[in-house]
Design a protein around this ligand. Structure first.
Ligand SMILES: O=C(O)CCC(=O)C(=O)O
Ligand SMILES: [Fe+2]
Length: 292
């Protein structure tokens, strides 16, 4: 009897132990499951945080951009895409040259004047073709529109600017402003509204180039794949409008304060462009520079 009882006791002990083991296993499995679910959630949380940080970084590179006029991937051909805008009052302060001084103002972009291959090869006759498309777009006599200086090649990367002229990201207008005359009230108003007015900017506005009347830019590299940042930004009263560089793209505009602009800082890679400028004043005309 005693033996049986002992056996029974042993048997019931074994069952208890088995149960405990099973309970222990179940608990361990449960906590392992909870643990792995927790890790997945943590991983997902971290990934989404990283994603959000990257997105914030990319979008904050230039959060002022409100509209892209022409994106890198578009091909504007055969006709230029023209955005007409009202001419600023500046022109009233300058001598008017019939057949050249802007009567209609605006900005335009074309990918068909220079091919990507030609942009890469920097062919000589680029100037005539740009001059022709400007004359056609703004109803000018091409013979009355002269190449002027500076017409230059620019190479921009993310290294620090060496001189003030390398600080291409400041808002500016290309047409010269006489030393003792300040920008027109409407330009100032535009700058104040867009939050870009500051004393140094104001000073810079007085020291841009010579007597540009039409500015053109021939881009030699692609936004997004050759470099990041570096979009061209028109700073309008009601928002900013960008042109994304693309090899072979020619962007051109009247050089008055109707076209206040800047270039975003280049954050990666190298951006190549040629600024080709035109004047109406024969006194500021130059002959074709030899291209490299
Ligand atoms: O390179 C550009 O897109 C614009 C440069 C510019 O604004 C200028 O040369 O005045
Ligand atoms: Fe400019």
């Amino acid at each position: 009897m005693a033996v049986v009882r002992q056996r029974t006791a042993q048997g019931s002990n074994a069952t208890e132990i088995e149960k405990k083991i099973k309970r222990g296993n179940a608990l361990r499995q449960g906590s392992a499951w909870r643990w792995s679910r927790g890790s997945v959630a943590l991983l997902l949380g971290t990934l989404s945080l990283c994603g959000a940080a990257v997105w914030l970084y990319v979008t904050s590179l230039d959060s002022e951009v409100t509209e892209t006029l022409v994106s890198r991937s578009e091909l504007v051909s055969p006709q230029p895409r023209v955005y007409a805008i009202e001419c600023s009052e500046d022109y009233e302060n300058y001598k008017r040259y019939p057949g050249c001084t802007p009567q209609k103002c605006g900005r335009a972009v074309t990918d068909s004047v220079v091919t990507r291959e030609e942009a890469q090869a920097l062919r000589r006759n680029v100037r005539e073709r740009i001059q022709a498309v400007i004359a056609e777009t703004f109803d000018l006599d091409p013979a009355m529109v002269y190449l002027t200086k500076p017409t230059f090649f620019s190479r921009i990367n993310s290294t620090a600017a060496k001189t003030q002229h390398d600080e291409y990201w400041h808002p500016h207008i290309d047409k010269v402003i006489h030393k003792n005359r300040t920008v027109t009230p409407s330009t100032l108003d535009k700058m104040k509204r867009s939050g870009t007015f500051s004393a140094p900017n104001h000073a810079k506005l007085k020291v841009t180039y010579g007597s540009f009347d039409y500015t053109s830019l021939l881009y030699l590299s692609d936004y997004g794949s050759d470099f990041t940042g570096g979009r061209f930004i028109f700073m309008d009263q009601n928002g900013n409008r960008t042109v994304e560089p693309r090899a072979g793209r020619v962007s051109f505009f009247t050089s008055g304060s109707e076209n206040l602009h800047r270039v975003e800082r280049v954050t990666w890679g190298t951006r190549y462009a040629i600024t080709v400028s035109f004047t109406c004043d024969p006194a500021h005309a130059i002959s074709d520079p030899a291209l490299p």
